[in-house]
Write a protein that binds this ligand. Structure first.
Ligand code: SF4
Ligand code: SF4
Length: 115
């Protein structure tokens, strides 16, 4: 079992914090960046194509919620089920950087900012 630590490399492209995710902590996943099985994810592939670390660096959309790839049906369902506000995560990364976001999420022990 891994421990929760503050590590900017564990911030997912969509703003979630893999470092506090159960799958990562149970060593079932390497985190979004290293998880090539997540090729299905349009957010991940878009960020990789743009060569950016997350939607917080996107020049196309200053508000990720206006992007249909970010604000897709699956993310809407996920957001309701898990009370997850990934757009708030992206805003927080913009405000305090990836490491700052990782520190806040590690301190709260959650993979997302709650709605
Ligand atoms: S939704 Fe996509 S970008 Fe977010 S953690 Fe999952 S695979 Fe990564
Ligand atoms: S906001 Fe949309 S276009 Fe911009 S990087 Fe994220 S998924 Fe891609």
């Amino acid at each position: 079992m891994r421990e929760i630590t503050a590590d900017a490399s564990l911030v997912a492209f969509c703003g979630l914090y893999c470092g506090a995710c159960g799958s990562y902590l149970k060593e079932r996943c390497r985190g979004c960046a290293g998880n090539d099985k997540a090729a299905w994810c349009k957010i991940r592939s878009c960020c990789k194509e743009k060569d950016i670390s997350s939607c917080a660096e996107c020049k196309e959309f200053t508000d990720a919620m206006e992007c249909a790839k970010f604000n897709n049906l699956m993310s809407k369902v996920f957001g309701v089920l898990f009370r997850s506000d990934r757009a708030a995560c992206i805003r927080q990364i913009r405000e305090i950087g990836r490491q700052g976001h990782a520190e806040k999420m590690a301190a709260s022990g959650t993979q997302t900012i709650k709605r």
